[in-house]
Ligand binder design. Structure first.
Ligand SMILES: C[S@@+](CC[C@H](N)C(=O)[O-])C[C@H]1O[C@@H](n2cnc3c(N)ncnc32)[C@H](O)[C@@H]1O
Length: 246
């Protein structure tokens, strides 16, 4: 099926979508090299909590997490040096990859992306309408690496796209603990691909990238290891993508 998608993405001028419940490393090795037009992904990485000890003034910010709490089951089981070279291989030359990260993981993401062959176009800042309590400044933004494989490629909406962009976060009931807003992903997809392109998310979680891609008339390949989130993604993409995908 993946072979079919990458060889003929405009099949019947219909959207093509393939959702896979597996370790992305198993799946990526079967995707032909230089076949994907765009990668947009929010990979698993370590998050930091407030620790168990208090600071000098002993006042913990209200709502701050303590200890090493994981946000989801497969949070620390795969490392950037495992997946970065493989996503590089499957991307077409002269295209973009958007990788979400936080300040703690920025260094390793940049190092491993360079080792894999990527070059950095920009570090984007998603400014949120909420913030995470912290004793080292409250966090109201997330970072996204805009990487390129091969030659520099301009984004599509040059005059309208700033490095710091504001999109409302999902507050309250979420389908995934780190679910991202669809409009944010549409912004990246619109800027770095065209209609009928193939967008890949190897860590799709609840399928936000898939909904954004399909609703922007792109084809989509999504991989998720956790069956719980895979099932949520399938249901959501079928509801919001208006098709019967699996
Ligand atoms: C940060 S979350 C992505 C959430 C997503 N942005 C959303 O809006 O729902 C990363 C996801 O990667 C999944 N994951 C972890 N290791 C994986 C692997 N080896 N292969 C595929 N998925 C994996 C996790 O289960 C988790 O759902």
């Amino acid at each position: 099926m993946i072979e079919e998608i990458v060889k003929n993405p405009q099949r019947e001028r219909d959207r093509v979508c393939k959702l896979i419940n597996d370790d992305c490393l198993n799946v990526l090795k079967n995707i032909p090299d230089n076949s994907i037009d765009l990668i947009v992904t929010d990979p698993p990485y370590k998050t930091i909590t407030g620790g168990n000890k208090n600071g000098i003034n002993s006042i913990r910010p209200k709502g701050m997490l303590s200890g090493n709490r994981k946000l989801f089951a497969y949070q620390n089981t795969i490392q950037p040096n495992d997946w970065m070279p493989v996503i590089y291989s499957v991307l077409k030359p002269n295209t973009h990859a958007y990788i979400f990260t936080n300040a703690l993981n920025m260094e390793i993401m940049l190092t491993e992306s360079r080792k894999a062959g990527f070059q950095l176009h920009n570090i984007l800042v998603w400014e949120k309408n909420n913030c995470t309590p912290s004793q080292y400044y409250m966090k109201n933004c997330e970072y996204v690496l805009l990487l390129r494989k091969g030659k520099a490629k301009w984004i599509n909406n040059i005059g309208d796209s700033k490095t710091v962009h504001q999109f409302n976060n999902i507050i309250g009931s979420k389908l995934h603990p780190t679910e991202k807003p669809i409009d944010l992903l549409k912004f990246y997809i619109n800027n770095s691909s065209t209609i009928n392109d193939i967008v890949l998310d190897p860590f799709m979680g609840s399928g936000t990238t898939g909904v954004a891609a399909l609703n922007n008339d792109r084809n989509f390949i999504g991989i998720e290891l956790d069956k719980q989130y895979y099932d949520i993604a399938v249901k959501r993409i079928n509801n919001e993508g208006k098709k019967n995908y699996e």
